[in-house]
Design a protein around this ligand. Structure first.
Ligand SMILES: *Cc1c(COP(=O)(O)O)cnc(C)c1O
Ligand SMILES: [Zn+2]
Length: 419
């Protein structure tokens, strides 16, 4: 049996088979993996899931995997947390956090996209893989390459967060720091993929990479008891994840695994890099590229490849987009941590902050079911909030010292209450 999927041009519709390529050679539009849904109906069965572990590979038939693929790891399968305390703070009733801050192995949703990209890299017999990255992608490429025996070479803007660089270096990946922003890095990578026989996961393997994001959506639907939510709030960098969650929901409806239902897609960005949310809010036909300037480094893509498709998804679903400032991002990181015990990275601050704004604006209803996508772990962006938590004074290891300390604290609190 041939593959039940192949590359197709998103604009002219021409099919290109399965090959490491991301642009149509006829019209230069992006390629996407298109599935033969009649064939998919024959190979995929909901009943088969009960015998499978809860990780992204339980949806294998929906992914562009080579024949005889054996899962090398247990990526995904993250919790959907009923966020009752956060919901109360925000004034809504049915709020969930999809927590990819604990995604295996590198603590962001990028593990999902790298997992499908490396399956394609193996199929196309690449020995060296890599990526252009705002941080999390490099972490995921480095970790999974180490496990699977690929040589890894990643390209990053020179001034990324130290923790993101360290979390790549520890796996033995080669790191090339570029003097420039992500958009410069990405342009260079397109030329590198052309010149060398390398599998760059978000460049020449991009269509295979992008399908991995669907599993974030499949898991949400399954964890809601095979139902779709009313609203999803998704952080946007290149704009791919939001379109793939939508694709996942459409596929589940098409196969009859969930009941059809209108789902509103809401996109979240940092104000300092908000080309997509700006395009939605100003109702532009095309977004205007920006020069990024924000602490939300993982989302700092000024010229997002999937921006036009993300805008379309939000508009067609009746959703919306918004953005928050750097201080609002810090506040929202703290709010999520203090209400739900989840330490998200700056992108999570963006998503929670934007969710709050959307609720206040009445775009998200109080009784609707809303899923907030937390996509990365706060331990990787501690520099964004470290100044909020100066170290406290030390005390001697004696009971009297602690009693004196408590008296002083209570005194200070009483003074503060009086003032
Ligand atoms: C890359 C990234 C995103 C956005 O992904 P796109 O598919 O490029 O829009 C969101 N959150 C985090 C933490 C990321 O690293
Ligand atoms: Zn084309």
């Amino acid at each position: 049996m041939p593959d039940h999927y192949q590359l197709r041009c998103r604009e002219c519709g021409k099919y290109w088979g399965n090959t490491p390529k991301s642009f149509c050679e006829e019209c230069f539009s992006p390629l996407e993996v298109a599935f033969d849904y009649d064939a998919l109906k024959n190979v995929a069965s909901k009943d088969a899931l009960s015998g499978r572990s809860f990780n992204m590979w339980r949806y294998a038939e929906f992914l562009p995997l080579p024949k005889g693929f054996m899962a090398p790891n247990a990526v995904g399968g993250t919790p959907l947390v009923p966020a009752r305390h956060l919901a109360k703070k925000l004034g809504v009733q049915n709020l969930y956090v999809k927590n990819d801050a604990v995604c295996f192995p590198s603590l962001s949703f990028k593990d999902r996209v790298v997992a499908t990209a490396l399956a394609a890299a193996r199929r196309f017999e690449f020995k060296t893989v890599g990526c252009s990255s705002t941080g999390n992608l490099a972490n995921a490429v480095a970790a999974q390459s180490a496990q699977q025996g690929f040589d890894a070479c990643v390209f990053i803007p020179a001034d990324l967060e130290p923790a993101k660089i360290l979390n790549t270096a520890v796996y033995g990946a080669r790191i090339v720091r570029i003097n420039g922003n992500y958009d410069h890095v990405n342009r260079l990578c397109a030329q590198i993929a052309d010149r060398f026989q390398w599998g760059l996961v978000n460049v020449n393997l991009r269509p295979y990479y992008a399908e991995g994001s669907k599993t974030h959506g499949f898991e949400i639907a399954e964890q809601l008891g095979w139902e779709l939510p009313d609203n999803v709030v998704v952080p946007m960098a290149g704009g791919s994840l939001i379109t793939k969650i939508a694709k996942a929901f459409r596929e589940l409806v098409l196969l009859g695994w969930v009941k059809e239902k209108p789902v509103k897609f809401f996109g979240a960005q940092a104000t300092g890099c908000s080309p997509i949310s700006d395009g939605v809010k100003r109702n532009l036909a095309r977004f205007e590229p920006q020069k990024p300037q924000t602490i939300a480094r993982s989302l700092a893509i000024g010229n997002p490849a999937d921006g036009p498709y993300a805008m379309k998804e939000m508009r067609n679903s009746g959703g919306w987009a918004d953005d928050v400032s750097d201080p609002e991002i810090v506040d929202a990181i703290q709010l999520l941590a203090e209400t739900e015990g989840i330490f998200g990275e700056t992108a999570a601050g963006v998503t929670v902050g934007v969710t709050q704004k959307l609720i206040q604006a009445g775009r998200i209803g109080a009784s609707e079911t809303t899923v907030v996508c937390v996509t990365g772990n706060g331990l990787k962006t501690t520099d964004a909030i470290v100044s909020e938590y100066p170290l406290t004074e030390t005390i001697a290891p004696r009971l009297e010292a602690f009693e004196a300390y408590l008296d002083a604290q209570l005194g200070a609190a009483a003074e503060a209450a009086k003032a």
